[in-house]
Design a protein around this ligand. Structure first.
Ligand code: SF4
Length: 446
């Protein structure tokens, strides 16, 4: 059972020296109990206390790190069941499955194409995390060659083989990186443990019940393998939701160490459910590694966007840097518009204007990352802030007019702005970004 804040406090030095960043030892103890601090932050804990505090200080879901050639992926260390309770920290890795039954050239080309896939979503680059290379042939040399072909893409890898000897052969090819080995089961866990220890790689564990899974992880821990990943073999939609939720609850609410590891899933193996739908469910609840059967941007893009939205801090909106942005190389007679620094708002405006081919100046105000109407309601977008932003970016020295287009949602600010910006004409633009091109065509006269 996890220790309470008061139990932890009794094991701390109780000097309130503040070196851990907390104002008192009690405050630090409370943070430790809530898994919001690391014990290493206090340099004065005695060795005896350290061992007693281990269960309170180590994360309830172990952090697992995979590394490719110069690339890295971290999964785990989650502390809450629901995003709104705090935040989710480490996005589940999305891996594309490749099999050694394919010819080498198509494996290499497939990995290169998927690895190069990159899309821009509100200023964030999204793409595939890595590849799961599966031994279908059972042949060591063939598997090793397939791993070598995929490794050229440099992403983190999952190596999949039923035979520990085959797995070891594949791991040799990527020595110096840190792949995930898949998988130990009741029949082979001892040999798999040896492969994991000799390669210093994390090991996936699979079993059909939580009891068997927990039994295996305890055996592997005793055998010296600490970095584990769980595959509960729950392939159907309902089973996956139930089992993954149980694992998460047991790890977080009961501090049940044998199941305190990230979970991996194979959404393409669910019968009667579309792979993308299944993957979406599992990204939301509670996969750590998602292995997709094939590379298809139409499947991948919505999953990446979903993941991005779930794994951002709900208390910190995605923001762009406030300032003056140039769209389509604006000249002195180009329109001047104003908006807020909420990423989605900025990109909506920018994309509409840019896509329509309008040269324009876009002044982005600092509204703590809120959208226009929210910022206005919260007092983060008012005439004073807009006036300040216009003066700060020296737009007047770049244009030959004094006309400012404000978002239709804050038409109410036009009077105050005309007072604050002497000689300026305030034009009220549309409420929706999508209507900006038509508005400019009708209202902007050179
Ligand atoms: Fe207490 Fe340790 Fe924090 Fe100092 S560093 S306040 S002793 S918990």
């Amino acid at each position: 059972m996890p220790l309470t804040g008061l139990q932890i406090y009794k094991l701390l030095p109780q000097t309130n020296c503040k070196e851990c960043g907390s104002p008192t030892c009690l405050a630090f103890a409370m943070k430790l109990a809530a898994k919001q601090a690391e014990l290493t932050a206090c340099p004065y804990v005695s060795e005896t206390s350290k061992s007693q505090l281990e269960s309170a200080s180590s994360p309830p879901i172990r952090l697992i790190t995979l590394a490719g050639d110069g690339t890295k992926l971290e999964v785990g260390n989650e502390t809450v069941m629901f995003r709104h309770e705090k935040t989710f920290y480490h996005k589940p890795g999305i891996f594309i499955r490749l099999k050694d039954s394919q010819d080498l050239e198509s494996i290499r080309a497939g990995a290169a194409t998927a690895s190069a896939y990159s899309v821009d979503y509100v200023g964030i680059k999204l793409g595939v995390d890595g590849f799961a290379v599966e031994s279908v042939s059972g042949d060591r040399a063939r598997f090793a060659a397939a791993v070598g072909a995929v490794a050229a893409a440099k992403n983190p890898l999952i190596l999949m083989a039923a035979d520990p000897a085959v797995l070891a052969e594949g791991a040799k090819v990527v020595a110096g990186t840190r792949p995930l080995l898949y998988a130990a089961d009741e029949t082979n866990w001892q040999q798999m443990a040896e492969v994991a220890k000799s390669t210093k790689a994390p090991l996936a564990v699979k079993a059909e019940s939580l009891e068997k899974l927990a039994d295996l992880t305890e055996k592997l821990q005793k055998a010296g393998v600490e970095d584990l990943v769980l595959d509960p073999l729950a392939r159907g939609s309902s089973a996956s939701l139930t089992i993954l939720t149980q694992i998460r609850r047991l790890a977080l609410k009961k501090n049940y160490r044998p199941l305190g590891y990230p979970v991996m899933v194979f959404p393409g193996e669910a019968e009667g459910v579309d792979e993308a739908v299944m993957a979406a469910q599992q990204i939301a609840k509670y996969a750590g590694f998602v292995v997709i059967n094939s590379f298809d941007p139409a499947v991948l893009y919505p999953l990446l966007v979903l993941r991005e939205n779930l794994y951002t801090d709900p208390q910190k909106p995605i923001q762009v840097q406030p300032g003056l942005f140039e769209i389509n190389a604006p000249t002195a007679d180009a329109p001047v518009m104003v908006t807020t620094n909420f990423s989605i708002t900025y990109f909506a405006v920018n994309n509409e204007v840019e896509g329509a081919g309008w040269p324009a100046w876009l002044i982005v105000t600092d509204a703590d990352g809120m959208s226009v109407l929210t910022a206005w309601a919260a007092g983060k977008l008012d005439s004073d802030r807009i006036v300040k932003a216009i003066k700060a970016c020296s737009i007047e020295s770049k244009i030959n007019h004094k006309r400012l287009i404000i978002p239709g949602q804050v038409a109410i600010l036009s009077g105050e702005l005309e007072e604050g910006l002497e000689g300026w004409e305030i034009m009220v633009g549309p409420k929706e970004a999508v209507d900006i091109p038509a508005y400019l065509k009708a209202a902007w006269k050179h």
